[in-house]
Structures are given as structure tokens and as C-alpha cells.
Design a protein around this ligand. Structure first.
Ligand code: AMP
Length: 218
């Protein structure tokens, strides 16, 4: 099963991704996580990407596409993957089709999580993330069991640097500018499963599972 999940920042993509990967036993490939790790480890890609992440702008395709291509050739992706945060532009989507074709793979579904801007801003202002395992929490709607401590691995939670108001607004703007073309592209390929990110987590997940099983030719 090779899947892709799309949605604006704060739509709940990350949470749904965890559930999807557990249920279908596939690997979560998040370009945002990969870039954050690269920045933290000060790798060549990380040094290049830092400024873009800080401002909420997209890292150039030449860097992003290569990083994804390399990641998808890894052994742990052979059983299936869930791409999260890639592609974000039509150009990246076209590159992805080529990459998958060259690896003898195809996308099975594209999950589109919709959420309005007001909800996103509310969510991101309370978001706390684990810098170690990537788990995501919300101060009000999904707090950790112990204040500021990750349930999964015990690390101290942090506020993502790009969750500050100014960057969030820019990230939403950048997303909206690019996602319409992308959605059209995947609609034409008849791959889209749309869910409402404003619904409760369990409801969204059920809808996603139903969407994945519909017209499932595997
Ligand atoms: P995310 O965690 O998906 O919101 O990504 C965080 C940041 O990583 C974005 O604001 C971009 O700066 C960068 N990034 C992640 N995925 C991509 C992508 N597909 N293309 C370009 N930049 C990306």
C-alpha cells in the first residue's frame, strides 16, 4: 500500500498518519520531519534547508525531490509507505510519478484532509511536539499524560519553531497557493479520498479507512 496524505499545516495529518501507518503496517515518510532532523544534525541538507523552514517557505525542489527519491529506495519502504508533506507542488507531483514508475511502484490513494484557517491557527497555537520521536500533542484537545512529557518516549515536549503566528500564516498561504493544482492533478488520476479535519480524530480515521478500501484493486 503506497499512500499520500495532504492537508494544510495543523489539519491533523500527523496524527492520522500515525494511525494509518500502524493499521496498514507501512512507513511514515514525512519530508518535514526529515528536514527537521537534518537541521538538528546540521547535515548539508539541513544547513541548506534551515532558512526555508524558519520562514515557512518551501525548500527548493532539487533538494527535496532527491531526498525523497533516496528515502523511497530504502528497504523499509518496500512494504509500503505513507508520504506526508510531499509532494507540495505540481512539479513535485510529476517528479514523484517518475520516481515511482522507475521503482515499479504506484500510488494507491491520496488522502486529502481539509481544514479551515481559523481551526488551523487554533490548533497550531496549542501544539506541542516531541523532538525525539515526533509525537504530536495539543494542550487542550490531546494533552500528554504528564505535563510537557512525551507519553511514548518520555522526552520533554517543545513548541515547533515554525508554529509561531507569523510563520503559521505564511505556511497556510504557501499551502493554499500550491494545493489547488495538486488536488486537481490527483483528482484526474481518481485517487483522492477527502476527509474533514474538523471532525474528531476517530471519525476522520474511520472515513480514511473506508476511502482506502473503496475501489481497492490490491
Ligand atoms: P511540515 O512539517 O510538513 O509542515 O514541513 C515543515 C517545513 O519543511 C515546510 O514549511 C518547508 O519549509 C519544508 N518542507 C517540507 N516538505 C517540503 C516539500 N515537499 N517541499 C518543500 N519544502 C518542504
Amino acid at each position: 500500500m503506497n499512500l499520500l496524505i495532504m492537508g494544510p499545516p495543523g489539519s491533523g495529518k500527523g496524527t492520522q498518519s500515525k494511525y494509518i501507518c500502524e493499521k496498514y503496517n507501512i512507513i511514515h515518510v514525512s519530508t518535514g520531519d526529515m528536514f527537521r532532523t537534518a537541521v538538528a544534525e546540521k547535515t548539508e541538507v539541513g544547513l541548506l534547508a534551515k532558512g526555508y523552514l524558519d520562514s515557512g517557505e518551501y525548500v527548493p525542489d532539487s533538494v527535496t525531490v532527491r531526498m525523497v527519491e533516496e528515502r523511497l529506495t530504502k528497504k523499509d519502504c518496500q512494504n509500503g509507505f505513507l508520504l506526508d508533506g510531499f509532494p507540495r507542488t505540481l512539479e513535485q507531483a510529476e517528479c514523484l510519478q517518475k520516481i515511482l514508475k522507475s521503482q515499479g511502484k504506484k500510488l494507491d490513494k491520496v488522502i486529502n484532509v481539509e481544514a479551515d484557517t481559523e481551526l488551523i491557527i487554533k490548533r497550531l497555537s496549542g501544539r506541542r511536539v516531541c523532538p525525539k520521536c515526533g509525537s504530536s500533542y495539543h494542550l487542550k484537545t490531546q494533552p500528554p499524560k504528564v505535563e510537557n512529557v512525551c507519553d511514548r518516549c518520555g522526552a520533554d515536549l517543545i513548541i515547533r519553531p515554525d508554529d509561531c503566528q507569523e510563520t503559521v500564516e505564511n505556511r497556510i498561504k504557501v499551502y493554499l497557493n500550491n494545493s489547488a493544482d495538486l488536488l486537481k492533478y490527483y483528482k484526474n488520476l481518481d485517487l483522492i479520498v477527502t476527509v474533514n479535519g474538523g471532525n474528531p480524530i476517530g471519525t476522520i480515521f474511520k472515513k480514511i479507512c473506508i476511502g482506502i478500501s473503496e475501489n481497492d484493486n490490491n
